[in-house]
Design a protein around this ligand. Sequence first.
Ligand code: C2E
Ligand code: MG
Ligand code: MG
Length: 618
Amino acid sequence: MVWSFFKVDKSSHFHQLNIRHFKHTLELNALITIPKPIESGHNLYSIDDVREVIMKIREQPKSCLNMVGFFERFFMEAINTDAIISLCKKDLAIANEALRLIAQYENQEITLQELQNELVSALSQFKQNSILFEAPVQKTVEFVTHITILIIIVMSILVLFFTHKIGTAVTAVLNKRSEAMKALAKSEERIKQLAYKDSLTGLPNRNLLEHTIETAIAKADRQAAQFAVMFVDLDRFKDINDTLGHSVGDTLLVEMAKRIAHTVRESDSVLRFGGDEFVAVTDCFDSIETIDNIAHRIIEAVRKPIELESMQSYITASIGIACYPQNGEDCNSLLKHADAAMYQAKNAGKNQFQSYDMQSGSKLNRRLTLAAQLHQAIKFDEFSLVYQPIVHLPDNQTIGSEALLRWTNSENGVIGPDEFIPIAENAGLIVDIGSWVLEQACKQCKIWHDAGAKNHAMAINVSTYQLKDKHFTKRLTDTLNKHALSAESVHIEITENSAITEDKVSVQTLHELSELGAKLLLDDFGTGYSCLSYLQNLPFDVLKIDKSFMPANNTIASTIIAMGHELNMEIIAEGIETYQCYQFLRNLKCQYGQGYFFQKPVPAEQFDIFKKFIATSL
Ligand code: C2E
Ligand code: MG
Ligand code: MG
């Protein structure tokens, strides 16, 4: 607190105490009078007038406030100065005290010196009292200041904290957002990858095919040029997959994808169509030789040896080619025709490429037509069985027969099993068809048994899909029971490639069949990828050497026969067409034979169950 000044005006005897709180703009003005009338204009104010005012202040502090105007006016007039009395509510008690002290001298004359002394003492008391007032104010001010500072600090801290928090939160949100964006971008990328990229080989997948071909069409149209769609299918991939397992199959696919992709030009595209099928869409070309060159290079790249399970393996590819615009003007027809050409390449012996022609187109149509008609074949009684004798080579006696399926369709005539069985397998019809064969063959076997050929064995071909059916053994048992046949009466022929399977149900079925007492024959032996140690774990009784190893001056046939002896397995040689072949097999001590040399497959009514072939007459 600052006391500004007090002043004793000698000339007018008027003393003004001006007390200021500079800091707080709290202003207290006290008027000190001397006992002498004050002249103001026409009025003369006595000390009593002043005392009255002072008394009023003392007695009626509150009303003083209302009287401020009066005081002001009074003193303005009285002293004719611009001194202002302003007593605000808070100051009232302090002012009263000061005035009380001063008022003690109202009735006596005091010297200026005395007054001055009194004032000093009054002021000091006033000051002391004021501290009571000032302190809280000061404290309040300090408090307020401190609080303000504190608040500012706290606010700052809070601001900092929240700024930090908010910053962190914002950063976190932003980070999260950017992470989310990244994750989103990643997922988008992943979705794109899943949608358009083949996860195994990393090549674009078939979802991108339409776009690729349409882009190529647009470009070819602009340049008035042509381009080719190549359908590449690995030959016998399924065999490798079934034989060596899916992971080896995958390794093979990845390697082949790489080879094919590296073989084509940079401007060509290679996509995985699915399974072991790839499609190459070439850039525009000027001469057909360019396309032949590419196809040739793919064939060569695929057939290079590949190491699978520490063994050099070989695989080939068949390629079908359709060129735009001559072989198709849109994506669908180009693909369809390239696919048809690929089948033509397969049929022509695999490991080659074929360009689309009308003939291959009609082959595809035929496949589709046959698939549709096969659904009705059992209902329309279009199947029949023919039988081919199995001959005991040492004495040329018929000991059994193989039941071979035929399909005669009113539209398509007689269709061979090599053609329709794969279609039936793909169409999921083979289990039903196989059951029909089982029933018919057993029925026929029983007829022949009843006719006196008690030991006649009926060999029945069973597809890999039937083996995978866990009800197969039961189905066979039921059929045998139905015809009162023992399990020894039937021989179950399973092709080598179907036998080499990782499928647990198939392996289980094989063991069940063996336990039942049915002989198991490994058909088309030598054409598959079988590993002998694996085969030894399966309950096969007989090896059927594939007809492709006849004529029999073939070292493969002799090796298989020797091996069969070694393994204590019986051997049947199929596809014996000539006397030399027959003799050769007999010399090798091959026990059984089958082939056109003895008899072509015939319907049951033409089959002589007791026939003993006369070797000299052959
Ligand atoms: P497969 O089981 O190896 O049957 C032998 C095939 O060789 C038969 O062909 C037979 O007619 C033919 N063949 C017999 N002797 C000779 C010969 O001396 N020279 C030549 N070049 N061929 C001869 P087919 O009847 O056309 O049957 C082909 C294949 O279809 C069969 O081969 C078998 O795998 C399958 N198949 C036939 N019937 C059925 C069946 O009912 N179910 C299943 N799942 N497959 C069957
Ligand atoms: Mg067979
Ligand atoms: Mg065979």
